[in-house]
Design a protein. Structure first.
Length: 152
């Protein structure tokens, strides 16, 4: 009885590991396509986030105000500093969005997917990647179905 249980458990564990997709390389660009029965062409695209090199020496925390130059708690100078940091984050987000769209355009040029443009369904950021989900303006041709088979 114990041997049967052990064999079944081991078989289940081995088969579960065999079906697990390989881990995603963090520098890898991800491009997945799906063509629905009605010809709707969908895609998911993601790129790794750029890691800022600024502040890497001090643990990524940025610089702290020294002395009495307005960086204290409740002081207006501290708010201005945070505003500057917010602008930097906004600039970084803008650069990441530009990089995302440029990479996606290159991927469309390379694959000829979404030849008539696309509708952006969702864009979001996870801890280490930025993602875009979209739908092509054109419906799938017979050739598209051959070139971009659905993989499940």
């Amino acid at each position: 009885m114990k041997k049967t249980f052990l064999v079944i458990t081991t078989s289940l564990m081995v088969s579960a590991c065999a079906h697990r997709p390989p881990p995603l390389d963090m520098d890898e660009i991800l491009f997945e396509t799906k063509i629905k029965q009605d010809g709707t062409k969908l895609f998911a695209f993601s790129i790794p986030l750029m890691h800022q090199r600024d502040g890497a020496k001090d643990g990524g925390r940025g610089s702290r105000a020294q002395g009495n130059d307005g960086g204290g708690r409740g002081n207006r100078g501290g708010q201005e500093n945070r505003g500057g940091s917010s602008r930097k984050m906004s600039d970084n987000a803008d650069r990441m969005a530009e990089r995302l769209y440029a990479s996606l355009d290159r991927k469309f040029d390379e694959t000829s997917y979404c030849q008539s443009g696309y509708i952006e369904i969702d864009t979001h950021q996870t801890e280490d990647r930025i993602h875009l989900l979209g739908e092509c303006n054109e419906t799938a041709s017979k050739m598209d179905r051959l070139d971009f088979p659905n993989v499940n």
